[in-house]
Structure formats: C-alpha cells, structure tokens
Design a protein. Structure first.
Length: 485
C-alpha cells in the first residue's frame, strides 16, 4: 500500500487528510456497539436469573470477559493476514464489520450461554479485523516524516471514544428498563448504522487500499484453509467438551497471545524482506511491546475490577436516582473527548520538540501505576461507601495515561513497520493489548473488597517501577529506532 499525502492547503478534516473522516465514522459506530455491549456484559454474566443474568460466579465471569477482550486483540492477527495476503485492508475492514454486527445479533436473540459463546466469538474475530485495518488505513494517509501523524491518530481516537461514550449510556438504560437482550440489540443496530455509513463513503479511499500487498495463491492457500479448518474444529471440541473450564479462559488467551507475539517477532526479524534498519526498529519495538502489555493489564480492568467496584462498592445515587452500572464506562470516554484535542494540539505545537515515543510510553505506564495507588484512600469501606467523584478522579488519571500511550502506540506501529509487514506490525501492537487485556481477567481473580489495599497498592507500585525502568532505557531504545522519533 503506497502512502497518500495531502497538501496542507487543500480541504482537510480538522487539518488532517479528508479521508480520515470516513474511517473516523466507521470506527465511531463500531466502538458504540462494542463498548455498549461490553458495558453490560460482565454484570449479565454474574447477575442472578432473577435480575436477568446468567448467575455465573464472579471469578469465572471476569475470566470470560478478560478472555473475550484478549480474543478481540488476538484476532487482529487474522485481520492483518487477510488484509496482507487475501483481501486487502479495505475489504477486510468491511467484511469484519459485518461479522461484528452478526455477533451482536446473536447476543440479542440467542438465550443463555449459547448466545454468549456465539456472539462473543463473532464479535471478537470481527472486531479484530476492524481494528487492525482501520488503524493501518489511517497510517497510510501520512508520509514517514509527516508531523501531523500523532495528531491524526489522536483525532481518530476521538471517534473511538465518541462511540465509547454513547454506547454504554444507551445500552445501560435499555438494560435497566427493558432487559439485557434489548441492550445487546441496540449494539447490533449501532453496528448496522456504521456499515451503512461506511458503504456510502468507502469508495473515497485510494485504490491502493484494496490492493493485496503479498497475495497468497495455490498450494499455500490450500494449506492455510486446512489449518483454519483444523483450528476451528479443535476450538469447538475444547469449548463443548469442557476440557478448558471457563475460569481458565483468560489464562489460555494470555498463553496464546504470548506465543503468537514471539512467533511474529521471529518471523519479522528473520525475514529476508526485512532490511537491516527495519530489523533494528523492530528490536526497538520489543521493550515498548512489553510496556504496552503491562499498561493494558491495568487499564482494561475498567471492564473487570472497576465494573465490580462500581456495582458493589460505589455510591451511584445522584439526587435520589441510582444510575446504571454501565454508566461508569462512559466516564473515561468523556474525559478522552475533552482531553484528546488538548493532547493533539500539544503534540502539533511541539512538533519535533515533543517527547520521544519511549518517553511517552514510560510516562503512560508510570501514570497508570499512580492511578491504581489513588484507589487506596477509598479502600476498605463497605457497600456504597466509595464516592462517585473519587472514582471519577481515578478515571481522569486513567485517561491521561491512556492518551500518553495508546494513540501514540498505534502511530508507533505504523512508523516502525517494515514495508513487507505494514499491517501485521499493527497486529503486533494489538497483540500487546491482547496479552494485557487477558491478564486483566487473570489479575481480577485476586481482587476482593477484603484485600483492596494490598491489590491496588502492589499493582500500582509495580507499574510505577516499570515505567521508571523504561524511562531509563529510553536512550538505548532510541538508538535502535534509527531516526524515528
């Protein structure tokens, strides 16, 4: 895929290439459906049947949510491979969005664990295809030296969080007033709207977006088809037979993510298509990959520990009205919407003087550790003892950490990517999120109201120390980045 640049004097989308608006829109609706569903998923799993839930114990429920979240990012490998070898980025994005919609429909219409299984698998694989390719297409809009890149990714991130803001609010209201399946149904409607919007504007993307960079043919394609068929069969047998209990789903995804990441690094570093300078840049990506995984293992606890905390420990009463649990998931997007423009303007104003990517990563990880330490003044109380403003303050620090690392990480993957592995390098960044997200499900098993001080304190200190260590390693990492800032 060739790089498309946009003259500074032409019509722009907030100073960015105008095609960014179309990708902004499809990601907004996909995130509306994704976070709308995820806002009520955990409580659907552990609420009793009388409350409309499935009555699963909390530890197993958090494992399922962590595994599902990890699957979303793990499946970016599949989405990246389809784009690079079979369909091209644009077509993969479109078909993946359709699979996401089918998953939400399954959750809405199929009762019980069957609906959860079918729905989460479809949404997981579909969202992986959307994520890897939307990000890759955004990266293709900028030349290597275009200083608008980080600001453009921050605007793209704004679209993600507009959807993440509205989704949990509306699905949460429907869940409270009409039931869980109506909330899941609204998520399906949101994804359908996203598909319509994208279908109207998808032709605006350059023809290169539909090209297949490294097409697979003949015998190689047949071997892949056989491998996929065997993998699907094994997955079905494992799920149906109960060989792998649901309480260990998150651990299984951690292992799969780690193995996949190691394999990817080996393939990219060992490829003859990777030049010496590209190989050094991939080596620089390794410590940043590990830092990203550590960051997401904390951040994604918004959907495990923070959800339980909001349900059982938070005083959610506002002027006599108790807000739905899912509303807490909209606090972070509100803050991102407010602050993402500030960060985008800051990076644009600083230009070449802005902190390097490793410094931003180290700051993001350290600030995330501080966020967990801020839970300590509220730890140890009873039901409804934690103030809403206190949690909002913690989530503000979550947001600052996220904006330091997440949109910059997406941008970094496209900057350090070898030419032959452009989309797959983006998938590697998402693998760090898969690893961290699944770990958030594993870590959540150790959380309880009786051990809050130890839980938040230990995790916060470890993250802070890791951030400081990455900061100390920054000079060596920058040398390996070979001119990339």
């Amino acid at each position: 895929m060739t790089t498309e640049t946009q003259p500074q004097s032409s019509r722009t989308f907030f100073g960015q290439p105008p095609v960014l608006a179309n990708l902004f829109g499809v990601e907004l609706w996909e995130r509306f459906s994704f976070y709308g569903m995820q806002g009520i998923l955990l409580i659907y799993l552990y609420y009793s049947a009388a409350q409309g839930g499935l009555g699963i114990d909390e530890g197993t429920a958090t494992s399922i949510v962590g595994a599902y979240g990890g699957l979303v990012y793990l499946s970016t490998i599949v989405g990246a491979w389809l784009a690079d070898r079979l369909l091209g980025a644009e077509r993969t994005l479109f078909y993946s969005a359709a699979v996401v919609m089918l998953g939400h429909i399954a959750l809405a219409l199929i009762p019980g664990l069957a609906g959860v299984g079918v729905g989460l698998v479809l949404i997981g694989f579909g969202s992986g295809g959307v994520k890897a390719n939307a990000t890759s297409l955004v990266g293709s809009l900028y030349s290597e030296g275009d200083e608008r890149r980080d600001a453009g990714f921050s605007l793209f991130y704004l679209g993600i969080n507009l959807g993440a803001l509205v989704g949990p609010l509306l699905t949460g209201l429907l869940q409270k007033e009409a039931g869980f399946h109506y909330g899941f149904g609204l998520a399906a409607v949101g994804m359908a709207l996203g598909l319509v919007q994208y279908s109207i504007g998808r032709r605006k993307l350059a023809d290169t977006a539909r090209q297949v960079p490294n097409p697979i043919e003949g015998a190689a394609l047949r071997r892949v088809a056989i491998f996929v068929a065997i993998a699907v069969l094994v997955l079905v047998v494992v799920l149906v037979s109960g060989v792998l209990p649901a309480s260990r789903f998150a651990t299984a995804v951690v292992v799969l993510s780690a193995v996949a990441a190691i394999a990817y690094f080996v393939v990219i570093l060992g490829s003859r298509q990777t030049t010496d300078i590209e190989r050094r840049r991939v080596l620089a990506f390794i410590p940043l990959f590990l830092a990203s995984a550590a960051f997401w293992s904390l951040y994604q606890q918004q959907f495990t520990v923070v959800t339980i905390y909001a349900d059982q420990r938070l005083d959610r009463t506002i002027f006599g009205w108790e807000m739905p649990v899912s509303f807490v998931q909209s606090i972070n997007p509100i803050m991102i919407i407010i602050l993402s423009g500030v960060f985008a303007a800051l990076w644009t104003k600083l230009g070449s003087r802005q902190p390097s990517t490793p410094v931003k990563f180290s700051l993001g990880l350290a600030v995330m550790g501080i966020a967990f330490l801020l839970f300590l003044p509220m730890a140890g109380g009873g039901p409804n003892s934690a103030p809403l403003l206190g949690l909002a303050g913690v989530l503000l620090v979550f947001t600052i950490a996220e904006l330091l690392l997440s949109p910059v990480g997406l941008s970094l993957a496209t900057k350090l990517a070898p030419e032959a592995f452009r989309t797959q390098m983006v998938a590697l960044f998402f693998l760090s999120i898969a690893l961290g997200t699944a770990m958030s499900g594993v870590l959540a098993k150790f959380y309880s109201a009786d051990h809050e001080t130890a839980y938040f304190g230990v995790i916060g200190v470890v993250a802070l120390l890791l951030g400081l260590a990455l900061g100390a390693a920054t000079p060596a990492i920058r040398r390996l980045m070979s001119g990339i800032h």
